[in-house]
Design a protein around this ligand. Structure first.
Ligand code: I3P
Length: 189
């Protein structure tokens, strides 16, 4: 365990959820209907539920997670900004004020993470990385860094189902789109 904030003073914090898929394959066969997720869905978009879902006032987790993916950059870019803390300023406006030097450091670090990820046979072919985030921190004293966090839904795969982290997901192939997200993040930064 490490306190990632220790070297930063009042930092900008961004949590970026990585991957084109955010749910485990086990959710596909989970037919439990959840009222809380239906409530969350209609708060985001009241026109989204089908007539049946409106009648049940409940949806499965798969339905909710795919709805969140389609409504965000997860489906198109393989990452989405999950949470952000901008000290004392409105988030979106302030993001455009990120200094070039800090930006360069963050991109370099993302490239390093990608390089290490791709070099590791273990990560590259045997890990399914779902719901994991990149935590970006930077402050006014030019400190800037990126860490991989949140491994609760990361799974070890057996050697007979190697993953590329870039191929589209189909049930059973365990693809997570992690590197698709990292490629896009580096390209867009
Ligand atoms: C939640 C988010 C979490 C997920 C949670 C979702 O949606 O996707 O990652 O927990 O499922 O409700 P949102 O971002 O829209 O709030 P897990 O990563 O543990 O699956 P939950 O309601 O089953 O906790």
């Amino acid at each position: 365990m490490e306190d990632l904030l220790q070297h930063f003073s009042d930092p900008f914090i961004m949590d970026i959820k990585m991957g084109t898929r955010t749910f485990l394959e086990s959710e596909v066969s989970n037919s439990t209907l959840r009222k809380d997720l239906y409530e969350k869905m209609i708060k985001i978009d009241p026109s989204e539920p089908t007539a049946q879902e409106n009648e049940d006032k409940a949806i499965t987790k798969l339905r909710y997670m795919q709805f969140r993916e389609k409504g965000s950059t997860t489906s198109t870019l393989g990452f989405r900004i999950q949470a952000m803390r901008v000290p004392g300023k409105p988030p979106v406006t302030d993001l455009q004020k990120v200094k070039t030097k800090e930006q360069a450091k963050l991109v370099k670090r993302c490239q390093e993470i990608r390089r290490k990820f791709e070099k590791s046979d273990f990560f590259k072919h045997q890990m399914e990385v779902i719901g994991s985030s990149l935590l970006l921190l930077f402050d006014r004293s030019n400190e800037a860094n990126v860490w991989m966090i949140d491994f609760a839904k990361t799974r070890l795969l057996d050697k007979s189902t190697p993953v590329t982290h870039r191929a589209p997901w189909a049930i059973g192939n365990h693809e997570d789109g992690y590197l698709t997200g990292l490629d896009n993040l580096i390209q867009l930064a």
